[in-house]
Design a protein around this ligand. Structure first.
Ligand code: FES
Length: 212
């Protein structure tokens, strides 16, 4: 039968002398092993990143995402004041540059008592600003306002500012950073009454050119 399937001029192993058959067999074995090895190498190169991608979220869940980050000496935060700080995000990479810096508001209540707020408004995330005179955090986007303890004062936010966990380690104020504030994380939710912020009067006299 094999004779019928042969092309003209093609020889089969049956035509080879015993030494030729042995050489052909060892060549086939060598090529088979080579192809198996190549498959293993290519499979490893393609498979390892894929496995890492699939297992990544599970590994992250089992370990703590964030880590403790120092905001500097406690002496940099006078009692009764609220100050803006920035710190290097613990989940940043080398290519992140300046975007790896995260801002936070630090309020020092007493010698050992602090509040550290995320700058992001609890409505849609715009950065809030602290106004010491009125003792309010104000959001420039939709008029959200928060009391000095981060509790919601008025506007569209439905909750207070997000807070970081903190501890005083020796002389340093340290916060747990790296995990994004979500509805599951702590927020200020004091029971103060909501305040009504009046819109500016239409005929209000404008004295500075940039207010025109
Ligand atoms: Fe702050 Fe909307 S983002 S009020």
């Amino acid at each position: 039968m094999s004779e019928l399937l042969k092309y003209p001029g093609e020889s089969s192993n049956d035509d080879l002398p015993p030494e030729g058959k042995a050489a052909a067999h060892s060549r086939r074995t060598f090529l088979f092993k080579l192809s198996v090895m190549l498959n293993v190498v290519v499979g490893s190169v393609l498979g390892v990143p894929l496995v890492g991608y699939l297992l990544g979220p599970a590994r992250k869940k089992s370990s703590d995402v964030g880590s403790w980050v120092s905001l500097g000496s406690t002496s940099g935060f006078p009692v009764g004041e609220t100050r803006l700080v920035d710190f290097q995000s613990p989940v940043s990479s080398l290519g992140d540059g300046e975007t790896a810096k995260v801002a936070a508001w630090v309020r020092r209540i007493s010698a050992q008592q602090f509040q550290v707020f995320a700058v992001n408004c609890a409505h849609l995330g715009c950065p809030v600003r602290w106004f010491a005179q009125s003792k309010l955090f104000m959001c420039p986007c939709h008029g959200g306002a928060y009391y000095e303890d981060g509790a919601r004062a008025s506007g569209p936010p439905e909750r207070g500012l997000f807070e970081y966990r903190y501890k005083v380690d020796g002389d340093s104020l340290v916060i747990h950073a790296g995990d994004m504030p979500t509805l599951a994380t702590q927020a200020s939710c004091g029971k103060k009454p909501l305040i009504q912020i009046e819109p500016a009067a239409a005929d209000e006299t404008r004295t500075t050119p940039w207010q025109a």
